[in-house]
Ligand binder design. Structure first.
Ligand SMILES: Cc1ncc(COP(=O)(O)O)c(C=O)c1O
Length: 389
């Protein structure tokens, strides 16, 4: 099989998809079936995913962002509401909150040892206008859902889980995404379950499910697939919906990838353990989430020693053809959200100065982990020598 995209740029990329004949065959079957939009494979994928996370309903959608948007609308989030979420996050959640007319309110993370939301700061961010808590399981590590659920109960709020990083991770014996009122997943190419572009919304709540079903496809009461099968001949429009639908080609990939998810998460775990062991030898580097019980090990982050120029380190690693990233520039620092954000977020600010994301994907080899860590140690030693004083 020929694979060329990106191969010449990086010796060790940040993330990588594993293409094989099973995936090729599944897509081929979907193509030759002659039905490409939403149909039986999407229905199978939704059923299999609902069973996997342990919810009654799952709706495949065009992206994780669409999943978040539908989740917020399905709980009735609208103008005048506030939704609290961690700022150390991908911007999609904040944008989706803003699209409903509500205001995102940012909370802090626990600290460099645990980059998930800090429940105490989350509580301080709650006001009489708060409608929901939109929690993230950063890097695949479940956030403190016990504290979140207790706060939600006490203040009468809904919990939406952004489980984009955490398919397969567990909290208290339950899969992430299935604990809050609604859960959202992304199947973007760098995710643990990758189909290209795609997402899933899951819920146990029948009313929420019905709203998601309608809004996903223009607020229409039947789908093209229903009409094709003779299950409906017309439709009504009962809500202001979108085209957030999924398709058969990507569902075909999703069905294959879902079967492999836990095995691949286990491979990620072994690599994350190797990173933790190797990085322990570098002075001042912090690897968060020590001792975590469960994770989907979506990304491998580390905090560089205080005062180190992260961007210079990343540039040096790039010169050695090792791709890195930074998850995330905090949302409260972006031009769009800066003015609206007045809460101090000291832990987020400190983490954001020091964070770097290192390569991690299931078919990475332990020797490559060691290569990355050796290169990092080398670059940090050189920076230390050249630092004034
Ligand atoms: C935490 C988080 N939430 C939401 C999203 C949005 O997902 P998508 O890119 O599928 O729209 C992402 C994707 O990068 C993400 O990492």
């Amino acid at each position: 099989m020929s694979r060329s995209v990106g191969e010449s740029t990086w010796s060790i990329p940040l993330a990588d998809v594993d293409v094989d004949e099973r995936v090729e065959h599944a897509v081929h079957e979907a193509v030759v079936s002659g039905w490409w939009s939403m149909g039986p494979r999407v229905a199978d994928f939704e059923r299999a995913f609902a069973d996997f996370v342990g919810t009654r309903h799952a709706f495949a959608v065009g992206s994780g962002t669409a999943a978040l948007h539908l989740a917020l609308l399905s709980i009735g989030c609208s103008a005048g509401d506030e939704v609290v979420l961690p700022s150390l996050n991908f911007v999609a959640a904040a944008n989706c909150i803003a699209h409903t007319g509500a205001t995102p309110v940012f909370c802090d993370v626990k600290g460099t040892h645990d980059l998930n939301l800090d429940p105490e700061d989350l509580e301080r961010a709650i006001t009489p206008r708060t409608k929901a808590l939109l929690v993230l399981h950063y890097a695949g590590y479940p956030c403190d859902l016990g504290a979140v659920l207790e706060l939600a109960e006490r203040h009468g709020l809904d919990v939406i889980e952004d489980a984009a990083h955490a398919p397969g991770a567990e909290w208290n014996g339950r899969r992430c995404g299935a604990v809050g009122r609604v859960g959202c997943f992304s199947f973007f190419s760098n995710k643990n379950l990758a189909v290209g572009e795609g997402g899933m919304v899951v819920t146990d709540d029948d009313e929420v499910a019905e709203t998601i079903r309608l809004l996903r496809s223009h607020g229409m009461t039947s789908l093209t697939w229903d009409r094709h099968r003779g299950h409906a001949s017309s439709y009504d429009v009962v809500a202001t919906g979108f085209n957030y639908r999924f398709d058969e080609l990507r569902a075909a990939i999703g069905l294959v990838e879902l079967e492999r998810l836990l095995e691949r998460n286990a491979k990620r775990r072994a690599l994350a353990d190797a990173y933790r062991d190797a990085l322990a030898a570098i002075d001042g580097v912090v690897v968060p989430f020590e001792g975590a019980q469960s994770s989907a090990y979506h990304i491998q982050v580390a905090l560089l020693p205080p005062g180190v120029e992260r961007d210079a380190v990343r540039a040096e690693l790039a010169a050695r053809r090792i791709q890195t990233s930074f998850h995330y520039p905090p949302i409260h620092g972006f031009t769009r959200y800066r003015a609206a954000s007045s809460r101090p977020l000291p832990q987020t600010d400190e983490a954001a100065e020091r964070l770097v994301t290192l390569p991690l994907y299931p078919h990475m080899r332990v020797e490559q982990v060691n290569e990355v860590v050796d290169a990092l140690a080398d670059v940090l030693a050189a920076q230390h020598v050249s630092a004034p004083g």
